[in-house]
Design a protein around this ligand. Structure first.
Ligand code: ANZ
Length: 846
């Protein structure tokens, strides 16, 4: 409007940026302090959408901000370009995943240019390039050398739709994270990364991230790793040489164990059943088959009736020699702890449900009605310390065998021999000592975290660099043969069929045993693409180096990433794996830090009609079209203004029209300025100068705390104040108007960089505003307006106070009460009433 042609401005500056490449990070000779700003790299399925628009707008705000603050900023971009969606799309279209992927990447690159993102374009990477994935293979082999990559046969998560295994992290509520199909279990031999070796460090190092990562993500990671502290206890088994070890978080309740339960799908259960009668064996077999038909969702549900079979075998309680019947039941999981539990029905709800279903004894060993200092009993106590029970009920009503409610609260040990009278904590310590002395138990920890299953039965990923020899050895592909490239997709059957399509690449599969020279086979599986993304932030430090994954000197200089920005959907998966691989690289001596991302910003989702925008829902707002109208600057500004970064944005509430109008107003101000670049600032309109300088002073803190929407609002305020001075105040020649216009261009660069450059040029400057240094605020202009408040006592004025004009009543009253003159006049009289009219009057009565 009125000559502001957003699209022409956008194209003009994109051309200039393309020619001058101004946002390249400085090299090793650059002495400025550094910031590494990174957006989670995109997956090239289709064009960018409004979710990307949001995330990458935030990335660019942060990157541009630090440049203005005098930092050497690294802000690279790459593509997470291996993976299932490309492969599935290619299968559907009968196309080559490679072609489909790279066509999408080209479209993305174009879109990012149109968006005005200030990337260092010299460092682009695509994880599906052999130049990239050869370093995945290198990493795999380093892990293999350290026994951190290994193969095992185990029940794995299988997506029947995608026909591939999944890592635990890729199973969400029992379903495939990608396609939503219900996941089933299948026994397979697969490659794993031993992330469990790092469980303690992954957990403990989260403490370093407190305050820098969203609390929610830290909590989700803690829960995912799920460390439980307790004891391992060994039980003799009648008729078996080997003992059975159970993990318990409540070893203090060992005297209350009345049976043992093993996971039906464990080797242990099969072995115990095998040693039993034919009848038991048959019943166990039936039960096992029914359990194997259950989905994970069914199995983990807590509200379903308990099922199980008695194995007619017995364990001996190491503390008192009691015989405990052994059952197999599906509520015990094969892959947690040792796949076996000592059941203490009085104090564990699952065990109690089971005991009541099968009529097994319940023995209370913790008196939860006995008060313990500082502990909260499950039963409320009256002032005499007696339990408060519902009308007409006796202490019997807390008998779990009758109520069906396990006593899980604190209390004092009873019926527990040497433990009697102790609190839970002391009893745990004592029993661990006693078991330790007898050699039948020890302190132990258990984790929910499982090793990371990394093999995939799909084509579009990094080939696993291992060779299977004829005599059954598995050896690494010699380093000088890396990268081990994917074969051509042409002629291969990519359709999901449960085994890797690479197995059908007959020629590719043939290789030789590097030791004997005899014929051997390649590994047909490819790596989980989360391997690719676990270290890519380091590859940007030498994206074009074909001699090493990344140079340590560059990692020392740039990493860890200062600001990492992306969606909360990666709260566990990607972020956990990246943290793990970072620690492995640290242990390899290749980097000097142990956490990859110093601070993390999670943006909310972009919604339309309250649901996530997506192609499948047909509610996409087209990215490419919006770059023409309303244009990149308006989209970015509207997004930044839409609300707090971490909140979801409903696209219907995002006003690109409002943003357009605001940007046009800002442009007009630059065009209206009539003073020259060398005006004397200090001579301008003080009221306007205050607005300008307060924003210059406040914006850095606001940006660092990701309050982008507040900064946009304050910019609007500044533009309005400037307009007022031009139209009805000192006029367009006033130096304060130029000063305000320049500050507007500088700060607007974070949100609307094309317009900001245009304004800068109109204002008479040559270089890019994107590289200009932030102007420091004049402290004398930051002092708040103050007023004189009067304090009266019984109608007489006793004191005056200089107070900020915005003071509230409570603050003003407190200041008045504390004033020395007021106190002197009061003497020993008491104030009985105070009437406060902020900011002017306080009136005390005595
Ligand atoms: C005896 C006991 C008594 C237990 C009591 C709890 C309360 P978290 O906190 O999740 O680590 N457990 C051990 N291995 C199991 C498995 N493979 N499948 C299912 N349950 C298993 O839970 C640890 C507790 O879960 C352990 O402590 C064990 O039951 C059970 F009053 O041992 B407890």
């Amino acid at each position: 409007s009125d000559g502001y042609d957003a699209y022409a401005i956008q194209q003009k500056w994109q051309q200039r940026w393309l020619e001058a490449d101004p946002f390249r990070a400085g090299g090793s000779e650059d002495t400025r302090p550094r910031k590494y700003v990174l957006g989670m790299f995109p997956y090239p399925s289709g064009d960018l959408h409004m979710g990307h628009a949001e995330s990458y707008a935030y990335v660019d705000i942060v990157a541009r901000f630090w440049r203005h603050r005098g930092y050497n900023v690294l802000n690279p971009i790459g593509w997470d370009s291996f993976g299932l969606p490309a492969e599935n799309a290619a299968i559907q279209r009968g196309a080559d995943p490679r072609e489909w992927t790279y066509a999408n990447i080209d479209q993305h690159k174009k879109s990012f240019r149109e968006y005005g993102s200030s990337y260092d374009w010299s460092r682009i990477l695509h994880t599906s390039d052999p130049e990239y994935y050869r370093w995945n293979q290198w990493l795999f082999q380093r892990m293999y050398e350290r026994d951190l990559a290994y193969r095992k046969e185990s029940p794995v998560n299988w997506c029947p739709n995608d026909q591939t295994v999944l890592a635990n992290e890729q199973v969400v509520d029992g379903r495939c994270e990608r396609c939503g199909a219900e996941v089933v279990k299948k026994k397979l031999t697969q490659w794993y990364f031993k992330i469990t070796d790092y469980a303690d460090r992954l957990l403990d190092d989260l403490n370093q991230l407190e305050g820098f990562w969203p609390q929610k993500v830290i909590r989700m990671q803690r829960n995912w790793i799920g460390r439980s502290v307790g004891a391992d206890i060994d039980f003799e088994i009648e008729g078996r040489d080997e003992k059975v070890t159970v993990f318990s978080t409540r070893p203090d309740t060992l005297h209350g164990a009345t049976f043992m339960v093993v996971a039906p799908d464990s080797d242990l259960a099969a072995e115990l059943a095998a040693g039993s009668s034919a009848e038991v064996r048959a019943r166990f077999q039936d039960y096992l088959e029914s359990v194997q038909r259950e989905t994970e969702i069914e199995r983990q549900a807590t509200d379903r009736p308990k099922t199980g079979v008695f194995l007619d075998r017995f364990a001996i309680n190491p503390i008192n020699g009691e015989r405990l019947p052994i059952w197999a039941a599906d509520y015990v999981l094969a892959d947690y702890g040792h796949g076996a539990v000592m059941a203490v029905p009085a104090h564990d709800q699952r065990d109690l449900d089971f005991a009541r279903a099968f009529d097994l004894p319940v023995k209370v060993v913790v008196d939860t009605t006995a008060p313990i200092t500082g502990a909260i009993p499950v039963i409320d106590l009256d002032e005499n310390g007696d339990p408060i029970l519902p009308e007409g009920e006796s202490l019997d009503s807390i008998d779990p065998a009758k109520t069906g409610i396990a006593l899980t609260g604190e209390g004092r040990m009873i019926h527990s021999g040497s433990l009697d009278g102790l609190s839970k904590r002391n009893a745990i310590a004592r029993i661990i000592d006693e078991l330790g002395a007898a050699g039948t138990g020890r302190a132990a920890k258990s984790y929910r975290l499982r090793d990371w299953l990394i093999s995939r039965q799909r084509f579009w990923g990094t080939p696993i660099p291992m060779i299977h020899t004829q005599d059954g050895r598995i050896v690494p592909v010699p380093e000088d043969q890396l990268p081990l490239r994917l074969p051509d997709a042409a002629g291969l059957d990519l359709k999901p069929k449960g085994t890797s399509p690479l197995g059908g690449a007959t020629e590719w599969m043939q290789t030789t045993d590097p030791e004997t020279g005899e014929a051997a086979l390649r590994d047909p599986d490819t790596m989980d693409t989360f391997v690719d993304s676990s270290w890519y932030f380091l590859r940007f430090l030498a994206a074009n180096d074909d001699t090493q994954a990344f140079p340590t000197a560059e990692a020392d200089r740039w990493a860890p990433v200062d600001s990492y920005i992306g969606g909360v959907e990666h709260a566990i998966l990607h972020l956990l794996y990246a943290r793990f691989i970072t620690k492995v690289l640290f242990d390899l001596g290749l980097i000097d830090f142990t956490e990859p991302f110093t601070s993390l910003i999670n943006q909310g989702m972009v919604l339309l009609d309250g649901s996530k925008m997506s192609k499948s829902k047909g509610n996409l707002v087209e990215f490419a079209a919006s770059m023409v109208d309303p244009g990149a600057d308006a989209v970015r500004t509207a997004i930044a203004f839409a609300g707090p970064v971490e909140d979801d944005i409903n696209w219907e509430d995002v006003s690109t029209t409002g943003a357009q109008k605001f940007l046009a107003r800002a442009w007009r101000i630059a065009s209206d300025v009539t003073s020259e670049t060398d005006v004397v600032w200090a001579e301008g309109d003080v009221a306007l100068r205050r607005v300008t300088h307060r924003l210059l002073a406040d914006a850095p803190g606001l940006i660092e705390h990701t309050k982008f929407n507040v900064v946009v609002a304050r910019l609007m305020e500044l533009v309005n104040a400037t307009r007022k001075t031009i139209d009805t105040g000192a006029g367009p020649a006033d130096p304060a108007v130029r000063e305000a216009a320049e500050a507007t261009a500088m700060i607007l660069d974070l949100f609307a960089p094309h317009l900001a450059e245009e304004m800068w040029e109109i204002l008479g400057y040559d270089g890019f505003v994107g590289l200009a240094t932030w102007r420091t605020a004049d402290p004398t202009l930051l002092v708040e307006d103050s007023v004189t408040a009067v304090v009266q006592i019984d109608g007489k004025m006793r004191a005056t106070l200089e107070v900020p004009a915005r003071i509230d009543a409570a603050e003003l009253e407190a200041l008045a009460r504390a004033d020395a003159r007021v106190q002197r006049s009061l003497g020993d009289r008491e104030i009985t009433r105070a009437i406060v009219r902020a900011p002017k009057v306080v009136s005390f009565s005595t």
